[in-house]
Write a protein that binds this ligand. Structure first.
Ligand SMILES: Nc1ncnc2c1ncn2[C@@H]1O[C@H](COP(=O)(O)OP(=O)(O)OP(=O)(O)O)[C@@H](O)[C@H]1O
Ligand SMILES: [Mg+2]
Length: 320
């Protein structure tokens, strides 16, 4: 099957998985378009690695359907292996061998005609040429992570799974890993990654799914997710309690939240310029003195926390 012609690289529906009596994936659905970057964002224990292991045929689902490039992972694992690669939390790198030897070994496993040529290409691509003949045991964490991804690219995968590709990396290595992931994607590879970092998801992904305790609680572009929270939140601060109290009374027609100790008032508006002008005019006309003001733009972290708090009260019946 030709991936260029196939619009959906990954299709998942009703995916469930239990470990003993714990339901770790509670029936998740999503699909990933070919050529895009999709991020599964979630905290420790959310079920990210479990999902990746099922999608890459390493683990069997209890129920649900998973297709990679149209092939069912349960029925056609060999076809799926030809299309995908997996790297991340569990590394395939052998520390006794050098970086180059590792890549050559992988090339031989893939029956490449010239494994050495491919190894050199990948070492160059990942900026590891100078360290090619060093034993992997002396590689830094970032170098190992790069080599791990290089290993997974030996077979020219169409879809790549990266399970927390930058966890534990310093900011500089994380940044260079992001660029590599972008490059890989620009060369036509579909990328499925998991992360605990909102910034990483926002930087890289076309679509982000938030996985919380085994359920996808939100999915969309970074902009769509941010739009979940109101954009027109105004923070007003006042010199004293009297001005705060008067402002609160004058703005009763708006939803508000007050922080008395900080003498701050959050006013939830529709964000339109006319509305903001009206608020300031109302305060000005009544001689309320404003010490400072700011317009708050919610970031993904606010969205993430708001969504998780909202879902907190809901109970999910376990099917284990
Ligand atoms: N083989 C297993 N047997 C029993 N429980 C498991 C097994 N694998 C995972 N779990 C449990 O399933 C839940 C989800 O684990 P998973 O590794 O998928 O989370 P994660 O989102 O990848 O977390 P992290 O960010 O820490 O890597 C956890 O509660 C974990 O303890
Ligand atoms: Mg994990």
């Amino acid at each position: 099957m030709n991936m260029e012609e196939l619009k959906t690289a990954i299709s998942v529906s009703g995916l469930r998985k239990c470990f003993q009596d714990k339901e770790v994936l509670k029936g998740i659905d999503f699909s990933v378009s070919s050529g895009t970057i999709y991020a599964l964002l979630g905290s420790n224990g959310a079920g990210k690695t479990t999902a990746v292991r099922i999608l890459t045929t390493l683990l069997k689902a209890d129920s649900g359907k998973v297709e990679i490039a149209g092939y069912d992972v349960g029925k056609h694992p060999r076809k799926v292996h030809e299309i995908i690669s997996l790297t991340g939390q569990f590394s395939a790198v052998d520390s006794v061998l050098t970086g180059k030897e590792n890549l050559i070994m992988m090339g031989e496993l893939h029956h490449l005609s010239s494994p050495e040529k491919k190894a050199c290409e990948l070492l160059k691509y990942f900026g590891l040429s100078e360290d090619a003949d060093k034993s992997v045991s002396v590689f830094s964490g970032g170098m190992k992570r790069k080599l791990d991804i290089a290993m997974s690219l030996v077979g020219n995968p169409k879809v790549i799974f990266l399970d927390e590709p930058t966890t534990g990396l310093d900011p500089q290595s994380r940044y260079s890993m992001w660029n590599m992931i972008r490059d890989l994607n620009h060369s036509g590879v579909t990328v499925f990654l998991t992360t605990q970092y909102l910034e990483e998801a926002e930087q890289l992904a076309d679509i982000i799914a938030i996985l919380d305790q085994g359920s996808i609680i939100a999915e969309g572009t970074p902009e769509e997710l941010k739009a979940y929270l109101p954009q027109g939140v105004i923070k007003l601060s006042f010199q004293d309690a009297e001005n705060l109290e008067r402002a609160k009374n004058l703005l009763k027609t708006y939803r508000m939240s007050m922080e008395s100790e900080k003498r701050e008032l959050l006013v939830f508006t529709d964000g339109k310029a006319d509305t903001l002008a009206e608020i300031f005019y109302r305060l000005y006309k009544n001689k309320v003195s404003i010490q400072d003001f700011a317009r708050l733009t919610p970031d993904l972290e606010d969205v993430f926390l708001a969504m998780i708090q909202e879902k907190g009260g809901e109970s999910n019946g376990s099917l284990c």
